[in-house]
Design a protein around this ligand. Sequence first.
Ligand code: FES
Length: 360
Amino acid sequence: MSHEVPLPPDLYGRGRDDRFLRFLDAVTRFYLPISTRSDRYGRRVFPPEPGPLRLVVTDREAAAEDVVALRLAAPDGGPLPPWQPGAHLDLDLPSGRRRQYSLCGDPADRSGYRIAVRRLPDGGGGSVEVHDALHPGARLTVSRPRNAFPFAGDRSVLLIAGGIGITPILPMAREAAARGLDWRLVHAGRSRASMPFADELARLGADRVELLADDEHGTPDGADLLGRAAPGAAVYVCGPAPMLDAVRTAFDASGATALHFERFAAAPVTDGRPFTLRLRRSGTELPVPADRTALDVLREYDPATPYSCRQGFCGVCRRQVRSGTVEHRDRKLTDQERAAGQMLVCVSRAPEGECLELDG
Ligand code: FES
């Protein structure tokens, strides 16, 4: 059956045969019914979200002291979903832990994703598991790329990375170089041996990249780092909390105009008040001090307590609250989820003296 209908007349009332309008007409007729599909009750039906990916580790190499770089690909070698600089993946590790790692390869290479992970023996166990368990041939479930740290491609850019924080920053440098932007990059770390991707960075622009090893130069402060920003530049930072705090504190006095940052560790608790968690099944009461998170306290009680980002955006630490008033501090839950008693325990708290009863 043909859907072709005459095009509307032109400004002067004459019939016309505009190929572009015919193309637009065809596209609209094809896509509109899909985007406005309804169920039998007339409710709008959206296409299902694409599911996670099953990937295989195809390559593994030491990228620096205690840093391993992994390449993940589809088992059949097919192209992977696209991503932009700043994007990350959620990896479901064999133990059931879920951890997020920034993509640090080349977005133009759709045949594989690269991540790099520093081994943190005193961390939550995720990085140690990546180092010990993910060898070529290992299969794992991985989310599609998500981006909570997008690169806007500003004309003048200062990129600042601390340690393994180079992972989201490296693709930004690659894009800045490819687009001919005015960019500079400072990578600070404990020592040169501990800082991955130095050669790759140098190939992007040796005169634009600076490596600052603490054991040679001492630890740079925020004003030092921002001193590299051209007037009006946008600044992108990823690194440990002390570096982010130093840059944020010094930012207003710098000539830069915009600050974008990503943490790879939990932010310290601010304006916290002590409260109590009660576990419904056992009746156990766990006091949460003003300077600790409910997640920290739950993990101390049960080290298998799930978590991932520790910043209130992934949803992995979600718990059901049976009674008590929650002070929501996350960026993930909807009003309905909050009203239904859900809570992200990595960031959300309760007023002073409150007792929150949790399922489990
Ligand atoms: S761990 Fe990600 S939201 Fe709590």
